[in-house]
Design a binder for this molecule. Structure first.
Ligand code: ARG
Length: 259
């Protein structure tokens, strides 16, 4: 009898040690039952004021980040945001590495073929940015044969590709795009108008200016894997945020009162 209990003790000790090793996965499985489910969010954070990382803490900040956190709250999910290349977002949705991409992503026919897009949450458009001292470029029509810098995979890149004889250079981040303009490696940038406006009010103040009219009206939407149930849940939460005034609060925080 005594021997038996010793053996059982030993067995229990081994079992404990083994479970200790696999502890983190077991804990995670337990947590997912008792705590909120995680909403895995992907973004490309060089797109202020929609998404950027705070200088010191690297915390994700911006209109999209506030919006997705508010949506996640309504959905009863825990929001976890990760940084990836803009052109990696749709592949990450398809592979299931992320549940939603929110990245100032314009709703386009091509993207709607690849992923499900939410209802529009912000109306945007493209613009041309040049160096402050430039006098030769007054609109997109003056970009023929020029060097244009754009972010890879964006609608700005698509628009630049349509400019006759232009040399288009694509970069992973918008920080690199503006740097190249600044360094005179590019004559112009094609980028979303609200992002250009924010840049010209901050870092780009003495360096650059916007020229011409706003081009191609575009709506931003969140993107989901085709067939995801989360699209409808996002839309429902967005509608509630619009109704209860929370959306307006977030909007005013980043854009003031201009609509
Ligand atoms: N609106 C543009 C597009 O959909 C640019 C988006 C870039 N977003 C970003 N987070 N870098 O292509």
């Amino acid at each position: 009898m005594k021997k038996m209990s010793l053996a059982m003790c030993l067995f229990a000790a081994i079992a404990l040690a083994v479970s200790g090793c696999g502890g983190s996965t077991q804990q995670a499985a337990k947590d997912s039952k008792s705590e909120a489910k995680v909403l895995k969010v992907g973004t490309e954070p060089t797109f202020a004021p929609f998404e950027f990382q705070k200088k010191d803490s690297k915390e994700f900040d911006g209109f999209d980040m506030d919006l997705i956190r508010a949506v996640g709250k309504k959905m009863g999910m825990k929001v976890e945001i990760q940084n990836m290349g803009f052109d990696a977002l749709i592949p990450a949705l398809k592979s299931g590495n992320i549940d939603v991409a929110i990245a100032g992503m314009s709703i386009t026919p091509d993207r709607k073929k690849a992923v499900d897009m939410s209802d529009p949450y912000y109306t945007s458009g493209l613009t041309v940015v040049v160096r402050k001292d430039d006098t030769s470029i007054k609109s997109v029509d003056d970009l023929k044969g020029k060097n244009i810098a754009v972010q890879i995979g964006t609608t700005g890149a698509d628009r630049a590709a349509k400019v006759p004889d232009a040399k288009v250079k694509s970069y992973d981040t918008n920080s690199a795009v503006f740097l190249e303009l600044n360094n005179k490696n590019a004559d112009a940038v094609i980028i979303d108008a609200p992002v250009a406006a924010y840049y010209l009010n901050t870092e780009g103040k003495d360096k650059a200016k916007m020229v011409g009219d706003k081009m191609e009206a575009e709506d931003y939407g969140a993107a989901f894997k085709k067939g995801s149930k989360l699209t409808a849940e996002f839309n429902k939460a967005l509608a509630e945020l619009k109704k209860d005034g929370e959306y307006d609060k977030i909007y005013a925080k980043w854009f003031g009162n201009q609509k």
